[in-house]
Design a protein. Structure first.
Length: 213
């Protein structure tokens, strides 16, 4: 993942590999010829949903195809992977119909009936959880961008990997392989936060190893 102007951009090959897409076709579409012999492009993402960035690789800096956050959602909605289908169903069956009816995505106010009230409670909790995850992901992206000159490449990649999973629920970015294990105090000192905060995040997302309890 790359942070561009404070916004996350995802490496297209990583995203398409997870979603079982051919990268070129999914992002750029396919060139076709109409009946008049004119070339046009079918499918793919909109121009503002894709781009290129320079990233560090084992072979040195390379230019790679990237997709924006809206582009990422567009690809997820096209995927037939079970995880992607769950995301698509939530958007198409929950979010969009509710926006059409109310003009925003929120929980309606007063209702009657115990069953409906319970459903609203469940939906309210789900929305609160989604909003919390979005705020946490934004905090992680902002942290990676703000401390990019102080954090190692692997530390930044780890932060972005957790943020991407919070945002989409998918393992879009694999955590980097490393031989060294960091304590909560190590990470806290490097990121400028408390060790307790690091510990809570590690516990919540299963990031702790047996060595560090």
């Amino acid at each position: 993942m790359i942070i561009r102007d404070g916004e996350p951009w995802f490496v297209a090959t990583d995203v398409c590999r997870i979603l079982d897409f051919d990268t070129s076709l999914a992002v750029n579409g396919r060139e076709r010829v109409d009946r008049d012999g004119n070339m046009y492009r079918s499918g793919g993402l909109d121009e503002d949903e894709k781009g290129t960035d320079i990233v560090s690789t084992p072979k040195g800096p390379q230019e790679v195809l990237t997709v924006s956050e809206p582009g990422l959602y567009s690809l997820i909605l096209k995927s037939r992977k079970p995880e992607a289908k769950a995301f698509k169903r939530w958007v198409t069956h929950e979010v969009l119909p509710f926006i059409r009816k109310t003009g925003r995505y929120d929980v309606p106010g007063s209702t009657t009936g115990n069953d409906h009230t319970e459903q609203l409670k469940v939906r309210r909790l789900a929305i609160m959880e989604m909003n919390a995850k979005t705020r946490q992901a934004k905090l992680l992206f902002d942290t990676a961008h703000r401390f990019r000159d102080r954090l190692s490449d692997k530390a930044i990649e780890s932060v972005l990997a957790v943020g991407a999973k919070l945002l989409t629920g998918l393992e879009l970015i694999p955590l980097p392989a490393t031989e060294r294990m960091y304590t909560a105090a190590d990470i806290a000192a490097e990121a400028g936060v408390t060790a307790n905060m690091v510990g809570r995040v590690a516990n919540r997302y299963g990031l702790k190893t047996p060595e560090y309890g």
